[in-house]
Design a binder for this molecule. Structure first.
Ligand code: NDP
Length: 450
């Protein structure tokens, strides 16, 4: 049994993870939240206590200041708190430092995003091979459990791939991962998690198609699909972390990722990017100061955590899997729906942070109980998905499965055509008014099938 959890980071995702860890501290033991700004850790603890979520009052829930780039300080904190499980929910820039601290102490390591270097964007695929997988042998030799990408996407959707292979298919042809947020936060523009990381994700699209990496421009390939609960929604072919391990570990011809975007988001994103405001390269001001435009944009956008009160609507994230079972063609959508208002009522958060923050704690519980304490480095799809999916349902993220008639009216067509054919369907038509900027947010153009 591994005990005592160190959560690194105090943003929206860590907020939810801390609630869930405290709710299961009878299994997980003491919980320490450490981040650069200790006040943010303290405010998470206030939220947990306000909700009465510390199940075992004898178990500590405490805050520490930590710069996770400082490996020695992280090692010292792991030792001081007796933490045997480290849940890294800080920015992806610190992954390698935190992993190193775990290797030095023997603590288990969990994260929810691939490592990134601040000055590099969308490196050569597969991204895990550039950083994390280089340490796989060290983890195995030291018996250190490291579970990579244990959020929702990456994370739960990786487990859905393993579940599809284990339970629903003998052969898989294609997997299309669809992520839609049909919620409304009432702000002119905001991202649902760290804006810097969010925008870096969409610099270009690297997708796994016909067993090879292919590159497309952002927001160039659009489909509209009739989702359960949230109805018809536009989704765009996007690059994403999980493709960089699934392409390696899951036997399928194509594994693609589609993210839902409204026309307003695409409009704002396109203006910011065209002006150069999403660049991670520093620029010099006439005052002599150097600034990174992307960091300026992050500084002026709402803190994702602040969106939670009053956020309404649902998220729907899942995998459309096509293949064969017992010689018959089959298509299923394995998915999860979360409600923003319900997430706020339960843990004072919104559903994006909720869907990302619950899974690493489910994974931590499985490590603590031994089922996932694999003593080497793995991506989520390499583990038995069933205990994870079952535990997620208990923790607030139940999974549903929709059977789709192969080739029928609801079937999802993820086949990517020539760019010239795709582009006309991907054009956004937006409503703007200088006199009433919020009209762009209120307007809801009808989605049109390509
Ligand atoms: P936020 O930006 O809201 O929070 C990040 C937190 O990490 C902040 O508290 C920040 O501290 C802290 N932090 C940053 N650098 C350091 C450091 N060097 N040392 C210690 N603390 C540090 O991010 P989110 O909560 O929205 O996201 C957290 C992670 O989850 C990200 O990696 C994100 O990519 C990932 N994610 C994964 C998802 C999934 O489904 N797999 C979905 C959504 C997010 P400070 O405030 O002081 O700067």
């Amino acid at each position: 049994m591994k005990r005592n959890v160190l959560i690194i980071g105090a943003g929206g995702v860590a907020h939810v993870a801390a609630h869930k860890a405290a709710m299961h501290n009878d299994v997980l033991g003491d919980v320490c939240i450490a981040s650069r700004t200790v006040a943010k850790c303290e405010s998470i603890i206030e939220s947990v206590e306000r909700k009465g979520h510390r199940r075992d009052p004898e178990r500590r829930l405490h805050a520490r200041a930590l710069d996770a780039f400082d490996i020695d300080a992280t090692v010292a904190l792991i030792r001081e708190t007796g933490s045997e499980i480290v849940v890294n929910l800080a920015s992806p820039y610190v992954n390698m430092s935190v992993l190193e601290a775990c290797l030095r102490t023997g603590a288990a390591y969990l994260d929810t995003a691939i490592h990134e270097e601040p000055d590099k964007v969308c490196e050569d695929p597969p991204w895990y091979a550039n950083y994390e997988w280089k340490h796989r042998d060290r983890c195995r030799d030291a018996g250190v459990t490291a579970i990579l990408g244990a959020g929702f996407d990456p994370g739960v959707v990786n487990a859905y791939c393993a579940l599809a292979a284990k339970r629903y298919f003998d052969e898989i042809d294609t997997i299309d991962i669809l992520d839609v947020n049909a919620g409304r936060h009432g702000r002119y523009f905001a991202t649902n998690f760290d804006p810097e990381i969010n925008f870096r994700e969409f610099v270009k699209v690297l997708t796994w198609d016909d067993r090879q990496w292919k590159e497309y421009p952002t927001h160039a390939v659009k489909r509209v699909w009739d989702f359960p609960v949230v109805g018809p929604q536009p989704v765009y072919l996007s690059g994403h972390d999980e493709l960089h391990s699934l392409s390696h570990n899951i036997d399928a011809d194509s594994i693609r990722f589609w993210m839902g975007f409204g026309d307003h988001y695409i409009n704002v994103f396109t203006v910011l990017r065209t002006l150069g405001l999403l660049s991670h390269e520093p620029v010099r001001l006439d005052t002599g100061q150097e600034v990174v435009p992307l960091k300026v944009v992050k500084a002026v956008l709402p803190d994702p955590l602040s969106l939670a009160p009053g956020y309404t609507g649902n998220t729907c994230i899942g995998n459309i899997v096509k293949g064969r079972k017992n010689g018959q063609a089959r298509e299923v959508f394995i998915y999860q729906v979360s409600d923003h208002a319900a997430a706020y009522a339960e843990v004072e958060s919104q559903a994006i942070s909720y869907t990302a923050g619950v899974p690493p704690i489910a994974a931590a519980i499985l490590i603590a109980q031994g089922a996932w304490d694999v003593r080497t480095m793995v991506n989520v799809e390499e583990l038995d998905p069933e205990p994870f999916v079952d535990l997620l349902a208990e923790l607030g993220l139940p999974t549903d499965v929709l059977e789709i008639e192969p080739g029928g009216p609801r079937s999802f067509d993820g086949t990517v055509r020539d760019l010239a054919e795709e582009l006309p369907y991907a054009t956004a038509t937006v409503t703007v008014s200088a006199a009433d900027p919020m009209i762009a947010v209120r307007a809801r153009p009808e989605a049109v099938e390509p």
